[in-house]
Design a protein around this ligand. Structure first.
Ligand code: ZN
Ligand code: MN
Length: 472
């Protein structure tokens, strides 16, 4: 019997959060600005203007490449990719073709993640996705469709034109929507850890374009594990559908699920799906054909003559490597070891770099004060996770105080408290009399004496209530 297996590859674009654009001095932050207010002759593609590469953008691309376990090309260059579209004023995009900054990377999806159903039978086998390349290019302008004086018009905003854009291309190594989901979130997390972009899907600073086809597997080919990678498989499907217009992780899932169903149903009827680019239509929950794809685009790539090639010394690359810092996976493993946390707890606490730092600050604070000796690092983790602590507002010592208070009220029973209070009242007849005469302040002294006896255990308000009850 035939089975149908999805084969998915990804193209991910990430806009860099540099101060200036890729080849000019205009601010790179274009979000929410008045149309065409952050432009200059370079990013408008006016004749005679010359591009000057943004050093930071180049370094950040290498940084991401290293974080994705890529090899860094010691020699790299920019190329012109030609095509016509109104948002591309030069008629070509400065991109990278045959010598991208980074190649041959890989990223491992954690097999412990329940989302990955494949390889269930071999629990410890970790699924690794091969990254073909990571290159640097410039973003295009933006088209806006509007109605002006009853006419449908298209407007062009060049604010985004020339913003540094990283493109990550994977091999078609994904076989389920879940694998894609885990991967794209992991890439976003790494980009954010590195602090090179907000990588926000809704704002368009992270854009995902999956390519998907369905492979018919018969018995001969039902042993994919025998092959190290997809590339080694005898043949791949002869068509590919590229998906565009996806602006949230949820829609990545939905668009892929829709395509898997659509293509599988066609193949079951013996119809070969067309090689196409299809757009996700959110309102209808479907994909629609945008254009039939020719064999391959002829972009007439050639080396950008206005920018000299780049050369990197190993020393420069090592220096950048030192800037990567601890990545989410390493941090997670260390947290599990160092603080005796579960996989789940460590995963949540390392979701963002800020959360990880907050947790470690709390642990440092706990170790440095006798007040907090009773708190275990595990308890701190539980609090941050379960009480959804606002790490921007609650300082580490405030959190520890909260924990101390709550454990104290919990560990002394009302009967025990009452016993202690009766003794305190017997020992302080004068203060009790003062209170009876109406000196409200006196009760604070009695509460203090009680807390001293219980070594701080018990809630001050509860104690004061018991005292009032006993005195009257
Ligand atoms: Zn500019
Ligand atoms: Mn691109």
């Amino acid at each position: 019997m035939n089975t149908f297996e999805p084969i998915i590859g990804l193209e991910i674009h990430v806009e860099l959060g540099t101060k200036s654009k890729m080849f000019c001095g205009c601010p790179a932050d274009h979000f929410g600005k008045e149309p065409n207010t952050v432009t200059c002759p370079v990013c408008l593609g006016l004749p005679g203007s010359l591009p000057v590469p943004n050093k930071k953008a180049v370094e950040w691309t290498i940084l991401l490449g290293l974080a994705l376990n890529c090899n860094i090309n010691e020699e790299s260059k920019f190329d012109r990719k030609h095509y016509f579209y109104p948002d591309l004023p030069k008629g070509y995009q400065i991109s990278q073709y045959d010598q991208p900054l980074c190649i041959d990377g890989k990223l491992t999806l954690d097999s412990g993640n329940q989302h990955i159903k494949r390889d269930q039978d071999s629990r410890n086998l970790k699924k690794t996705i091969t990254i073909r390349r990571v290159h640097l290019e410039e973003d295009t302008g933006k088209l806006k469709h509007a109605v002006i004086e009853n006419k449908d018009v298209t407007l062009v905003d060049f604010n985004r034109s020339g913003v540094p854009l990283i493109e990550i291309v994977t091999e078609p190594d994904f076989h389920s929507v879940d694998e894609v989901d885990v991967f794209v979130k992991k890439v976003q997390q790494i980009v954010r850890y590195l602090g090179i972009s907000g990588a926000d899907m809704e704002k368009g600073s992270m854009r995902i374009e999956p390519s998907i086809s369905i492979e018919i597997q018969n018995e001969l080919r039902s042993q994919p594990k025998m092959y190290k990678s997809r590339k080694e498989l005898p043949t791949l499907p002869t068509y590919r559908v590229e998906l565009k217009n996806i602006n949230s992780f949820r829609f990545v899932r939905r668009a892929l699920e829709y395509e898997i169903k659509r293509q599988t149903e066609m193949l079951q009827k013996g119809v070969q799906p067309l090689q196409q680019t299809r757009g996700w239509v959110e309102a209808k929950g479907v994909t629609v054909a945008q254009r039939e794809k020719e064999e391959a685009h002829d972009y007439r790539y050639f080396s950008e003559p206005d920018i000299p090639p780049m050369r990197f010394a190993q020393a420069q690359i090592s220096k950048l490597k030192a800037h990567i810092g601890e990545l989410p996976d390493e941090k997670k493993v260390r947290f599990m070891k160092e603080y005796d946390l579960s996989d789940y707890d460590a995963t949540i606490l390392t979701e963002t770099r800020e959360k990880g730092e907050y947790y470690e600050n709390c642990v440092k604070c706990q170790v440095s004060s006798i007040k907090y000796t009773s708190i275990a690092s595990k308890i701190i983790a539980n609090w941050i996770i379960n009480k959804k602590v606002d790490i921007q507002r609650v300082s580490s010592s405030q959190l520890l105080d909260q924990i101390v208070q709550s454990t104290q009220t919990g560990t002394v029973s009302d009967e025990e408290l009452e016993k202690v209070i009766r003794l305190v009242l017997l020992e302080n007849p004068k203060v009790v009399n003062d209170y009876k005469k109406g000196k409200e302040q006196a009760i604070m002294y009695l509460v203090g004496q009680t807390l001293r006896q219980t070594k701080g255990k018990g809630d001050a308000q509860a104690i004061s209530a018991i005292i009032k009850r006993l005195i009257v």
